[in-house]
Design a protein around this ligand. Structure first.
Ligand code: BJ8
Length: 425
């Protein structure tokens, strides 16, 4: 990061404050990740990436910008990264998982809204996220009330465009959604000044499909072997989180190298947890880095997390875009729509497929329990917990519901509740 100080300054980062924040972040990473025993060798790449998360990667993104390639910041998995990658650009998740920016955000936003939104808004106010500073624009969406109103305020500080995601999936809603995809492509063309060809978009889609396939492979290795868990849940989560920042081609290669090593571990029966460690699936809202609180609590209490159902997890990588027989732009847009409308975010009503998926995930993975995790004030996931937990109860599946924000204050209390839950299953 020090090496890239002048670049950070040029893109408007508050370098002093940013340096302090990075120091704290790296220290926290060291304490929570590097102290784990028997980590896979291939995690070295991801450790390196963490050390360069706001350095080398930012330099790469800004090289692309010099070539007029798009650089788009996002908060949601509905932003079609295939189109951005097809245009030779970078799509990345913006910082939004730290408590350190929340007090600043609360100068413009109410206290009682989701911490993810406040954290992200605070990063912009503080100018301490080099990704936000590197983005041509932030692509927001209309998934929840707090987000869609925040875009209007964030737009005072940074260019923001908003994609209108419907809250139902009827034919007329999907028609609107497809129009939004077409408009998104036009926004990207307005940055490059060039028409994006079908072949370029197919190429971008293929790259992103390969990234999702690598993550599907990682998920299978983490969760499908009843007796062997070859990587900690915390490392699994971290690798997934980095997929929202890294160059997709390099990242896919590194995830596949990690998977090769994990395959060998499974063959040789090398597990990072003791025999009979309870295997848990986490459901709910996304874990933006550095939100590792729940994983740390579980894995220092005798449990293991084998999968995250959230958007920084299975919901992100579960479906690919089917490119078979795509010969026109309209057909490609339809395939993108098919993929994105299969996302089962709690912002949709009704959202029954999510429950069926959760039950299937649990059974396929022969898990021992579930944690339903919601960020404070996320009404959609919080309310949807009722129907999900009811369905789990009916199947006799043990479930712990946790609502939390980013403050470290409830870490002890979460750990106590997790310990009691693990004893009960
Ligand atoms: S597709 S889960 S990434 S909206 S910001 S809804 S936590 S109150 S993130 Fe999400 Fe897209 Fe859905 Fe996934 Fe709740 Fe917070 Fe809103 Fe959130």
């Amino acid at each position: 990061v020090h090496e890239h100080r002048s670049l950070l300054k040029d893109i408007g980062v508050d370098v002093e404050r940013h340096a302090k924040m990075m120091e704290m972040g790296l220290e926290s990473y060291k304490n929570q990740f590097m102290t784990q025993k028997n980590r896979p060798e291939a995690m070295k790449y991801f450790d390196w990436f963490m050390s360069e998360i706001q350095g080398q990667r930012i330099a790469e993104i800004n090289e692309l910008r010099k070539k007029k390639r798009p650089s788009i910041g996002a908060f949601c998995i509905f932003v079609p990264e295939e189109i951005i990658v097809g245009a030779g650009g970078a799509c990345f998740g913006l910082c939004g998982g730290s408590p350190a920016t929340i007090a600043d955000a609360e100068t413009e936003l109410p206290r009682n809204i989701c911490p993810l939104i406040k954290s992200a808004h605070g990063f912009k106010l503080q100018k301490t996220c080099a990704y936000t500073q590197s983005s041509d624009f932030i692509y927001g969406e209309t998934t929840c009330e707090a987000k869609k109103k925040t875009w209007e305020i964030l737009n005072k500080h940074h260019p923001v465009k908003v994609m209108n995601i419907p809250h139902m999936k009827r034919e007329k809603d999907l028609k609107l959604w497809k129009e939004e995809l077409v408009e998104f492509k036009e926004h990207i063309e307005s940055i490059t000044g060039e028409k994006l060809s079908l072949e370029e978009m197919k190429k971008g889609t293929k790259i992103v499909n390969e990234k999702r396939e690598a993550l599907q492979r990682l998920d299978r290795l983490r969760s499908m072997n009843k007796d062997i868990i070859p990587i900690s849940g915390k490392d699994g989560l971290f690798v997934t989180q980095m997929g929202f920042l890294d160059d997709p081609v390099r990242y896919t290669q590194k995830v596949n190298e990690l998977c090769d090593e994990l395959e060998k571990r499974v063959e040789n029966k090398i597990s990072v947890f003791e025999e009979d460690t309870p295997r848990l699936i986490v459901l709910g809202t996304p874990f933006a880095p550095p939100n590792w609180k729940l994983h740390t609590a579980v894995e220092t209490s005798g449990g293991a997390i084998i999968n995250e159902e959230s958007c920084i997890g299975h919901r992100y990588y579960k479906d690919n875009v089917n490119l078979d027989e795509v010969t026109t732009e309209d057909e490609l847009m339809q395939k993108l729509l098919d993929k994105y409308s299969a996302v089962d975010c709690a912002c949709f009503t009704p959202n029954a497929p999510r429950i069926d998926k959760i039950l299937k995930m649990y059974k396929d993975r022969q898990a021992d329990g579930v944690i339903y995790y919601t960020l404070s004030f996320c009404h959609t996931y919080n309310v949807e917990a009722h129907l999900v937990t009811q369905a789990l109860e009916k199947e006799g599946i043990a479930c712990l519901v946790i609502e939390s924000d980013y403050s470290p204050e409830d870490a002890g209390q979460i750990k106590t509740r997790v310990e009691a839950f693990l004893e009960s299953i």
